[in-house]
Design a protein around this ligand. Structure first.
Ligand SMILES: [Ca+2]
Length: 432
């Protein structure tokens, strides 16, 4: 991608040059710019031959080539990398750009058989499908799987599979909002709305955020971020009916507060009715201990059992609620981040969490994100029939088949799911 960056720079310089040269003297003093690029060399057409015998096509643009150092005939119909000087609007080519080639090298031909087997196919980009419109609610800071989930969210957005509407913080730590803003900024989305719980957060912890917040650009603070339920209400109200995918990867506190919210300037509906109207799918944050169909609830629900228990009672049945994180204890991811560039922000987060090399960690939150955001991947899970799920204040969570629109899902194809998590987590926005 060095080449792409280079071409962007060249383009910018050309743009600046053109601005400077407005006035008609463009062929008097041709601009010379260092140039590097790759493409296939072909012979010039009869018309072009007056100015040069060889042409190279780079990124859909053709350039005349000249060289005092190399016999370009040896490279016709071959893919090459060239470096030299781009001469802009030169008199000797009738005002066309051309490249003075200084170095030229053949690019290796594509091997007939790949040396490394192709990665298992990721389901095709969902461009033909409407994008999932996603709100993510996170307790980032406690465990590093939230960081992995945030990275995945941006990768899915860059692939065109989802649109990120808003991210909400449900943890009380003052670095959580700055961390999310640093991640959003690194992935090129500094303006994405971030809301935060302002009082009575279920807990506060930082196991990895401080070094990231200290060294990656961001501007939003806990104090300057909007209150999260207000942000959710505003965001939901602005969306088409039955269109929003809501994902909780932390305690249920924010979603409970949303459910019990009252009409405001954003919507005349209370929280239950607003969710009933706008939500299409809810990826719930419970079942981290893999207790379903009956057992202990897991950390998220345990951190605020009242909100969890009440959320389950209040959730409308018009949209499915699915607990897809339960296999997180059996599937660990994170070590694949060692293949990314050192400054990859999710790699840095895992390194910070492990105080050294990025290692594998349970994948609860990444599973919730993948299941919710990529409907085509849901067949990699075994999803229970829809029924009811409730929780007592003793932390025991129970599924009953029959009436209701809640289900739990455990992975049935670990290899495929792991591949998809890894691919999305190691994604680098530099390659978009
Ligand atoms: Ca979490």
């Amino acid at each position: 991608m060095k080449l792409q960056a280079y071409l962007v720079i060249v383009t910018l310089i050309l743009f600046a040059s053109c601005k400077k040269l407005q006035g008609g003297d463009i062929t008097e003093n041709p601009i010379e710019i260092a140039f590097e690029g790759s493409g296939e060399i072909s012979l010039a057409t009869e018309t072009e031959k007056a100015f040069g015998k060889h042409i190279i096509s780079i990124n859909s643009k053709s350039y005349i080539l000249k060289s005092n150092h190399h016999n370009l005939d040896n490279y016709v119909q071959k893919k090459v990398n060239i470096s030299g000087t781009l001469v802009e609007k030169a008199p000797e080519t009738g005002g066309s750009d051309y490249i003075k080639v200084i170095e030229i090298s053949l690019l290796p031909a594509a091997p007939a058989v790949p040396e490394v087997p192709a990665a298992p196919a990721i389901p095709a980009e969902q461009n033909a499908q409407p994008k999932e419109r996603v709100i993510l609610d996170t307790d980032v800071g406690g465990d590093v799987d939230d960081a992995g989930a945030l990275g995945m969210l941006h990768a899915l957005a860059d692939r065109g599979e989802i649109e990120i509407l808003a991210i909400g913080v449900v943890i009380g730590h003052e670095l959580a909002v700055p961390f999310v803003h640093a991640v959003n900024t690194w992935y090129g989305r500094p303006d994405l709305p971030i809301g935060t719980i302002k009082e009575k957060a279920p807990y506060s912890r930082d196991e990895f955020m401080q070094p990231i917040v200290a060294s990656y650009p961001h501007s939003l603070k806990q104090q300057t971020a909007p209150e999260v339920v207000k942000l959710y209400r505003k965001t939901l109200a602005a969306q088409p009916d039955k269109s929003v995918t809501l994902i909780a990867i932390g305690p249920a506190t924010n979603i409970y507060n949303l459910l019990k919210s009252q009409p405001d300037e954003h919507s005349g509906l209370n929280g239950v009715e607003l969710m009933r109207r706008k939500v299409k799918f809810y990826g719930a944050g419970g079942n981290g201990a893999a207790g379903l169909p009956k057992g202990n609830c897991g950390f998220n629900y345990y951190s605020d059992m009242y909100s969890a228990s009440t959320e389950l009672k209040l959730l409308p049945v018009e949209f499915p609620t699915v607990f897809a994180g339960g296999s997180g204890l059996k599937l660990e991811v994170g070590s694949a981040l060692t293949s990314t560039r050192p400054e990859h922000i999710i790699r840095k987060s895992y390194e910070s969490y492990y105080k050294g090399q990025a290692k594998d960690r349970f994948s609860w939150d990444q599973l919730r994100v993948l299941y919710a955001c990529r409907p085509s991947a849901r067949n990699l899970w075994e999803t229970s029939p829809f029924g009811n799920i409730f929780m007592g204040l003793d932390g025991v969570i129970t599924y009953t088949p029959g009436e209701g629109n809640k289900a739990y899902a455990y992975i049935k194809d670990f290899t495929q799911v792991k591949n998809q998590l890894n691919e999305l987590m190691v994604y680098d926005p530099k390659n978009r």
